[in-house]
Design a protein around this ligand. Structure first.
Ligand SMILES: Nc1ncnc2c1ncn2[C@@H]1O[C@H](COP(=O)(O)OP(=O)(O)OP(=O)(O)O)[C@@H](O)[C@H]1O
Length: 422
């Protein structure tokens, strides 16, 4: 079995996809690609994560050719599973600390104990049931705080709830055990400190959805899409205990908000990142806004570095991650989650335009200039191919520079990155 490639004639690219999404299909059609089944020879597969896992599993016996490309890394879950993301970031910080790297500097924390000065970008998180005792210890330091429980393997706000009392967690744990529901009892959760002071606009909480394209983990090559957006809650933010179970107040997922009575189908509760930037420049000033956007770039780069050693880097793969980021009212960005299959459903006209461009730009970056997938290609796209993406990090280029990735150097490049959002 072989994928037909003839570099002299213009060849037809055969694509395959598990997702019936117009933003994908329209892009493939625009390129005159031909749709084939997964059993047929394909050049390009936009797959679901399960398909990808099957293709790469030892049992499948499938060997990819040089002219094939797929949209996931085999173990993307190291970044996209809530518990593994936290584990990898904790390990990354410990490794840097052990090496005496300045990036791992710590300071006293207001909540007691210490915190990382530069790498404190995920809310304190524990995996349950494994880390229950550690969680209780942390909880007792500050019993006033609120925590958010999230099932590790679910998405779209499913199974998420807030707790402000240890007794509520104990009650939940008893009920889960008694329910005789193996899916509940076996499932692991993460419990994270709830960011209870989010930046509010019009009194409402929102988070940012940013797209990050990775074409290689070793060396790290990543791009940031400039056209991200903010997703707003439909109900004004309210920290009172009576509203703790009101997910229209606390969860920004569109999949949750669209069921609320206040949901607006025209704008879908979304704002472009450019609008947010203008708003912040107007209300907080450009210097502070610049710092915030630099810090966002910073946290993305370090989340990718944290998984670098464990990611199976395969030259057939690329991946577009959906980063969910909450900004608190001191304008500190927090990484909430990374999605390996960000939604390609369009809820509004603007959404459709944005996601169409996203896919178009991804294809231009991951494919060599002749448009034929080829693992031997050096993965350095022409500047015109970037579209609305900007280079976030390319370790090949950095190595050419001087190979010294000390904190000041990286931080200054992250800060200058704010221009990318204009
Ligand atoms: N630590 C936190 N503090 C405040 N709000 C949070 C926190 N973690 C999550 N949230 C809110 O809950 C929402 C859902 O969380 P998260 O994205 O982790 O779960 P999910 O159900 O997997 O969502 P997705 O469909 O994006 O994968 C977030 O969009 C955010 O609004």
């Amino acid at each position: 079995m072989g994928v037909p490639v003839n570099n002299h004639d213009r060849i037809k690219i055969c694509f395959c996809t598990d997702l019936d999404k117009s933003v994908l299909l329209n892009n493939f059609e625009k390129r005159n690609w031909v749709s084939v089944n997964s059993e047929d020879d394909w050049h390009f597969y936009w797959a679901g994560t399960n398909t990808c896992r099957n293709i790469f599993s030892v049992d499948s016996g499938y060997r990819m050719h040089d002219n094939q490309m797929i949209n996931h890394f085999p173990n993307h879950y190291e970044l996209s599973r809530k518990d593994l993301l936290v584990k990898n970031i904790k390990r990354y910080r410990k490794d840097l600390e052990r090496d005496g790297n300045l990036l791992a500097e710590k300071t006293d924390s207001l909540a007691g104990g210490t915190r990382y000065i530069h790498l404190d970008f995920i809310p304190t998180t524990f995996v349950l049931p494994a880390d229950y005792n550690m969680f209780v210890e942390e909880y007792r330091k500050n019993p006033q705080s609120t925590w958010i429980m999230k099932p590790c393997g679910k998405s779209q706000g499913t199974g998420i709830f807030l707790i402000n009392k240890l007794s509520k967690l104990k009650k939940w744990s008893r009920e889960a055990r008694n329910a005789f529901n193996p899916q509940i009892t076996k499932e692991s959760y993460v419990i994270s400190r709830y960011i209870d002071n989010p930046l509010l606009i019009g009194g409402k909480k929102f988070d940012m959805r940013l797209y990050v394209l990775v074409t290689s983990f070793r060396p790290l090559k990543a791009y940031l899409f400039k056209l991200g957006f903010c997703r707003f809650c439909t109900v004004k933010y309210d920290t009172s205990v009576t509203e703790l179970d009101n997910m229209y107040v606390h969860l920004t997922n569109v999949s949750v908000q669209k069921h609320g009575g206040e949901y607006n189908t025209l704008h879908g509760g979304k704002w472009s990142v450019q609008n947010l930037k203008l708003y912040l420049e107007g209300t907080r000033g450009s210097e502070i806004t610049e710092k915030l956007f630099g810090n966002i770039t910073w946290l993305i780069v370090h989340s990718l570095r944290a998984v670098q050693p464990v990611m199976a880097t395969d030259r057939h793969c690329f991946e577009c991650y959906g980063y969910d980021i909450i900004i608190d009212n001191s304008l500190k960005p927090w990484l909430v989650e990374v999605n390996a299959s960000p939604s390609l459903t369009s809820t509004t006209v603007n959404d459709r335009i944005l996601k169409y461009k996203l896919i178009d730009n991804i294809l231009s970056i991951v494919l060599p200039p002749d448009g034929v997938p080829d693992v031997r290609w050096n993965k350095i796209p022409n500047p015109e191919a970037l579209g609305n993406f900007e280079l976030l990090i390319d370790e090949d280029l950095a190595a050419q520079d001087d190979g010294n990735n000390n904190k000041d150097k990286l931080k200054s490049s992250a800060f200058s990155a704010h221009n990318r959002w204009k």
